[in-house]
Design a binder for this molecule. Structure first.
Ligand SMILES: N[C@@H](CCC(=O)N[C@@H](CSS)C(=O)NCC(=O)O)C(=O)O
Length: 288
């Protein structure tokens, strides 16, 4: 039986702006490397200190919008449950073929936010793979099967992602962070959407930087060929986030980014998973 559940703390996304970085700091577990299950991704090495979970991880790219889609699965679980973060409509067939080849069971297609530069693949995936649930944040005011909030946990097998509200780029932006625990990947991994890009950002409230310094950062886009960074690296070298607040504001107010080419098509489509609601049901809110 696959399980998903929330541990929903009293924290709500509306009061997150008042939190100090300390409030959101998560201690790094000390682990014995010698007894760990080790597995290697394309970019880094992750370990768990138990045999009960094992992460399969793939970073996938859509070149027209320079979007990264992430595939994660627990391959120690008999059903190999998997999820996709930020799938793009144009690459759905590629992603589903890979999932089939790897023998995974896709259970979630989720977005970090309502994208403005591409149409999400979540609706298309739901039409292709029965049983897949779409996920987006409640604060995005969009439709999906499951609407998540800050502090929620999304389980796939014995692994899980925590939901962190990281508004700024859009009001409903969330970052999905791998769990904290001996059977969860170490170092942790954060899927930041457009809140935090490598050496850039799509506007952020800085909360991501309160994660442990060795947390891997996986953004929704990269326009220069970077694939991954870490919290520590961005704190040192991100030309925007390493500055004081006033300088940061000045930089962001003067970016003069061009109007995203697809925004007028993408935003309305992405408010409904990229397709009209396939089940005819309106979005349900997961409850604890
Ligand atoms: N030219 C692209 C859009 C590029 C862009 O504006 N990217 C966004 C994230 S996707 S909406 C962004 O915030 N970039 C920040 C940065 O510093 O680049 C298009 O037309 O689609």
């Amino acid at each position: 039986m696959l399980r998903f559940h929330f541990l929903r703390p009293s924290l709500s996304s509306s009061n997150l702006f008042n939190l100090s970085p300390q409030t959101l700091t998560f201690p790094l577990l000390s682990i014995s490397r010698s007894s760990n299950t080790a597995f290697r991704s394309q970019m880094g090495s992750y370990t768990t200190s138990s045999e009960s979970s094992k992460l399969l991880f793939r970073q996938l790219f859509e070149k027209e919008s320079s979007t990264y889609t992430y595939l994660l699965a627990d391959v120690a679980h008999p059903e190999k449950p998997a999820l996709l973060v930020d799938p793009v409509d144009k690459t759905v067939e590629r992603d589903l073929s890979l999932i089939k080849e790897l023998g995974l069971k896709l259970i979630y297609a989720m977005n970090t936010h309502v994208h403005a530069d591409h149409v999400t693949g979540t609706g298309l995936i739901k039409s292709r793979v029965p049983g897949v649930k779409s996920i987006i944040s409640k604060s995005s005011n969009s439709k999906a099967d499951l609407l998540v909030e800050h502090g929620d946990k999304i389980y796939f097998g014995n692994l899980f992602l925590e939901v962190r509200a990281t508004p700024g780029h859009t009001l409903g932006c969330v970052t999905y962070v791998t769990g904290d625990g001996s059977n969860q990947p170490q170092p942790r991994m954060a899927f930041t959407g457009d809140a935090l890009l490598i050496r850039g950002c799509g506007r952020t409230d800085f909360q991501i930087l309160s994660l442990p310094k060795d947390t891997f950062l996986y953004p929704a886009h990269d326009y220069k060929g970077f694939t991954v960074s870490t919290v520590g690296e961005e704190m040192l070298y991100n030309p925007r986030l390493s500055k004081d607040e006033e300088t940061f504001k000045h930089i962001m107010e003067n970016l003069n980014l061009p109007y995203p080419k697809m925004i007028d098509v993408a935003v309305p489509a992405n408010m409904v998973c990229g397709l009209q609601d396939l089940t005819g049901k309106s979005a349900e809110t997961m409850s604890s």
